[in-house]
Write a new protein. Structure first.
Length: 238
């Protein structure tokens, strides 16, 4: 390997490491924020009960109703929406769902995952984090009432199936060199997609992206055993 090749390889490795650190730090901050919100709500539980008891003693049923409505709204911001069966996936998905809701984006999610996965936490963050971040970003140009992300995860035989679909404000995207073109100009944009593709390929998985007018979808199949080889089929998963 020439000096120039080694230089660029080391530079790429540093970029990958920096990206992984940034990704994990971002997810950790989001998950940690949700955790503290939930702890705060539980800590205040006794106070909420005492308040409603006081309203009940005074016979102020309208005040109780209003207070319960406020609590319901508050709890929705910290509720654990998804329980997949896998703790790390739950942490990532719930933090991203919370982020999407804060941006007036509906999320319809149905996810069932084995308790133990042959996937590192970093790789899981790369895949799920990028899928959600891209879906959220693509949803923002739409009016709030049209923003929707659909998430489906389940096992199919000895494979983990992941599907993300989101509505978009744009027309069908065209591919350049096998990849969908991006209108983003920020430095480093698209690096997350490259990392996600690399993870799927390294695991011997399958990835398919589809763009239509007003919608974008991504499907991924990941083997749950260690004896699979990469798939380059261009057809959609069955």
């Amino acid at each position: 390997m020439s000096f120039l090749s080694k230089f660029f390889q080391r530079r790429m490795n540093r970029q990958v490491e920096a990206y992984q650190r940034e990704l994990l730090e971002t997810h950790y901050a989001e998950v940690n924020n949700m955790y503290h919100q939930m702890r705060g709500w539980r800590h205040d539980y006794r106070n909420h009960i005492q308040t409603m008891k006081a309203y009940a003693a005074a016979g102020d049923w309208e005040a109780i109703k209003n207070y319960l409505d406020l609590l319901d709204t508050d709890l929705n911001t910290v509720d654990s929406v998804i329980k997949t069966g896998n703790a790390m996936a739950d942490a990532i998905l719930n933090s991203k769902i919370s982020l999407a809701k804060s941006k007036d984006i509906q999320v319809h999610a149905d996810a069932h995952i084995p308790y133990a996965l042959p996937i590192s936490e970093i790789d899981l963050c790369v895949i799920l984090g990028n899928l959600f971040d891209n879906a959220i970003e693509a949803s923002l140009p739409l009016p709030p009432e049209q923003r929707l992300i659909r998430v489906y995860m389940d096992t199919k035989g000895n494979q983990l199936y992941i599907s993300f679909t989101n509505f978009t404000a744009g027309k069908k995207q065209k591919k350049l060199g096998g990849l969908f073109a991006t209108t983003k100009q920020e430095a480093g944009h698209g690096f997350g997609l490259v990392r996600m593709d690399a993870v799927v390929e390294r695991m011997g998985g399958y990835l398919s992206r589809n763009s239509e007018d007003g919608a974008f979808s991504t499907e991924i199949l990941l083997p749950l055993d260690s004896n699979s080889s990469p798939k380059n089929d261009s057809s959609s998963p069955k």
